[in-house]
Design a protein. Structure first.
Ligand code: GLA
Ligand code: ZN
Length: 676
């Protein structure tokens, strides 16, 4: 695997010089501005296919040669993109099969982007050709830092070729049709198949009531996209061994593709993040959500990742495209670095003049100069990153992890009942947020990850158990780990078939020491309570499981309704470890107090050395390289904060000052403190 190792935190963004080729002097101006902004890594060519191959087989690399040469002269680097995210009109016209087919069987017209079939042999051949040409031409170019494969892979295609590939995928998975029928509980509504040829992709216009099929279709979409990416990378690898990445997306990571399955084809994870900052008290939770996504990004390969896109000011696609308030650009950029990013990149360098993104924030606005607030903010980030070379490549080590699993997300979405929106992502996030408030580093992992390095693992609403997961959890607890589960855990196997013999099933019930008999769904105005023997009480509702103790002890019980007195929080000793079970969705304060107590008891490392929870708005994250530890202290609030620190002496990497004992943060302020 090629390693990403630039020795510094890179800065730059999506650069589309092909849109500006007809304007004389603009390249000179871009180079001048990039130097000023301290931008040293530009992503080039992301949607440039029609500029690179204006007619089938006729190539024009002249403009790209010049761009790369100029960047190299200035000491900069590029992520060279493969252009598969959008295709030229000549291709759609001549080979309609490259276009995507919708779930109703209709083929799309040409246009937009991400509108292609991942299975089409013609599309694959055309992509391989252009990728090879690019790799052959630029493999040894001094500007080349890595390969930006396509752009934000996503979506699916229902064309006959994709359907056939899906059937092939199922044949390989199940071997014979009876095994598939069994996995799909096919006698229900007469859904048994005689042959694989009868199987169609899950679609709202066809089969959408077989959860096993729905799940397999989603797995296939990931499988086919990974396969497509592998095909793209293989073409590049004929000439270049530079690291390859594909930019992934969203605050709640996009659920259309299981990003964990890309592990073998990525050299470095890269991520696009567009938090909806508002400059008010909402930013506290938004910051936590953003760090959640960043912690997923890091956990996928367990090493530094790249922030591939963020906006230097606003977007153009949010309901309300509010500007970043003063201070937020530096704070939010360093938040990514705090959580393991080795770059801060933007969409976009120069704001385009026409089409869909002409009002999207950019480093260089239509006014065209450095005399803008946004450009100055970007310069400030560039100057800050130049002081963080010692952080590049540093790891974020976490003793606590939260499980956030794509198969589980899909299975919960597909399940009808016990209520429509089960808020599974939000629930995982609430547990994560509570842990972050303690000031501990947190990994966000897939359910099949190795748990042995953690002391505390929370698996909220782990409804579906993939093979080996329950065994791993058992081993983890047996060896002394602390495991936390909730209602709707261990309900189905990997195919969404319910476990018989009670839930939590699949062996999880023994770890937790409880069995659940029923689950109640409540209307918003319905409330119950989690009541402790000392009289402490927290609100709960939404989903409340009615469970019985097997070997566990009840720590708290329900306060009302016909299940008053039944367990609401339990703990079970299992081997050298302990397993907690939270029976209902609780108010956030319950989780905050629960994890505060647990992380103290289990002595989970708190980089700032705080014993009390961090104040509202404050976050801490630590990176380490050898014996050098760097802590990032961030204030996502409009109030000044005083944060006490563990070590006697730190160097403030941004100001060079010596800090001891504590820091005082202004509103929306950030400190990067290093000690050894
Ligand atoms: C995505 C895309 C970019 C751009 C931005 C706008 O992240 O990858 O090309 O469209 O959104 O926010
Ligand atoms: Zn297709």
């Amino acid at each position: 695997m090629a390693q990403w190792n630039m020795g510094k935190i890179m800065h730059g963004g999506d650069y589309n010089p092909d849109q500006w080729r007809h304007i004389p002097g603009i390249l000179d101006e871009d180079m001048r501005l990039m130097q000023l902004a301290r931008c040293n890594l530009m992503s080039v060519g992301i949607f440039s296919w029609s500029a690179l191959e204006p007619q089938e087989g006729q190539y024009d690399f002249g403009w790209l040669d010049e761009v790369l040469d100029r960047i190299a002269v200035g000491g900069g680097k590029v992520f060279l993109a493969t252009p598969s995210g959008a295709r030229p009109a000549w291709m759609s016209q001549k080979y309609p099969e490259v276009l995507r087919v919708r779930p109703d069987g209709q083929r799309n017209f040409h246009g937009a982007r991400h509108n292609h079939c991942y299975t089409s042999p013609v599309y694959r051949q055309k992509v391989a050709q252009i990728n090879e040409k690019l790799a052959q031409r630029y493999a040894d170019h001094p500007a080349l830092a890595g390969w930006h494969i396509s752009n934000e892979y996503g979506g699916a295609c229902w064309c006959p070729r994709c359907q056939e590939a899906f059937r092939q995928f199922l044949k390989e998975k199940y071997g014979d049709i009876q095994t598939l029928n069994h996995a799909y509980w096919a006698d229900f509504w007469s859904h048994a198949y005689n042959d694989f040829d009868q199987v169609e992709a899950s679609s709202p216009y066809g089969e959408h009531s077989v959860d096993g099929l729905t799940l397999d279709w989603k797995r296939f979409v990931t499988h086919q996209t990974v396969d497509f990416m592998r095909h793209e990378v293989a073409a590049v690898r004929k000439y270049s061994d530079k690291p390859a990445t594909a930019n992934f997306m969203c605050i709640y990571p996009y659920d259309g593709l299981d990003y964990w399955k890309f592990r073998d084809v990525l050299d470095v994870v890269s991520w696009d993040l567009y938090p909806m900052w508002r400059g008010d008290s909402n930013d506290y939770a938004m910051a936590a959500r953003t760090s959640f996504s960043q912690d997923v990004a890091r956990s996928i390969l367990g090493k530094p990742w790249l922030l591939m896109e963020s906006t230097p000011s606003n977007t153009n696609w949010m309901e309300v495209c509010k500007l970043k308030r003063p201070g937020m650009h530096l704070l939010s950029s360093l938040q990514a670095v705090a959580h393991g990013a080795d770059s801060v990149q933007y969409f976009q360098w120069r704001k385009s003049r026409g089409s869909a993104e002409k009002h999207h924030g950019a480093v260089v606005d239509h006014v065209g100069s450095e005399h803008t607030r946004v450009f100055q903010d970007v310069m400030q980030v560039g100057q800050a990153l130049e002081k963080l070379d010692s952080v590049a490549g540093a790891q974020v080590r976490a003793q606590a992890a939260v499980i956030f699993d794509w198969d589980n997300r899909w299975a919960i979405q597909a399940a009808q009942g016990p209520r429509k929106d089960k808020q599974a992502d939000e629930t995982v996030f609430e547990h994560y947020f509570a842990l972050r408030k303690c000031g501990v580093n947190v990994d966000v992992i897939d359910s099949q990850c190795d748990l042995s390095g953690y002391q505390l693992v929370a698996a909220p609403m782990l409804y579906l158990l993939k093979p080996g997961v329950s065994e791993n959890i058992r081993k983890f607890a047996q060896k002394g780990g602390t495991f936390v589960a909730t209602y709707l855990s261990g309900v189905t196997d990997e195919n969404s078939l319910c476990f018989l013999g009670g839930t939590p099933g699949g062996g999880l019930g023994e770890v937790l020491g409880v069995w659940s008999e029923e689950i109640d769904a409540l209307y918003p105005q319905d409330q119950n309570a989690v009541v402790f023997p000392d009289g402490r009480s927290y609100r709960c509702g939404f989903l409340c499981e009615l469970s019985h103790l097997r070997t566990a002890r009840a720590l708290a019980v329900y306060g009302s309704d016909f299940y008053a007195g039944m367990p609401a929080l339990t703990v079970n000793d299992f081997g050298a470890g302990q397993a907690y079970y939270i029976a209902a969705r609780t108010e956030q304060a319950f989780l905050d107090d629960f994890y505060q107590k647990l992380t103290l008891e289990k002595q989970i490392e708190r980089p700032a050395g705080n014993l009390a929870p961090l104040e509202e708005g404050v976050f801490v994250s630590q990176r380490e390289k050898g014996t050098v530890k760097t802590i990032f202290v961030m204030n996502f609030s409009a109030q000044a904060k005083h944060v006490a620190l563990r070590e006697k002496s730190y160097t403030d990497l941004l100001s060079g000052a010596c800090v001891s004992g504590a820091v005082d943060l202004a509103p929306w302020d950030v400190r990067v403190l290093q000690y050894c």
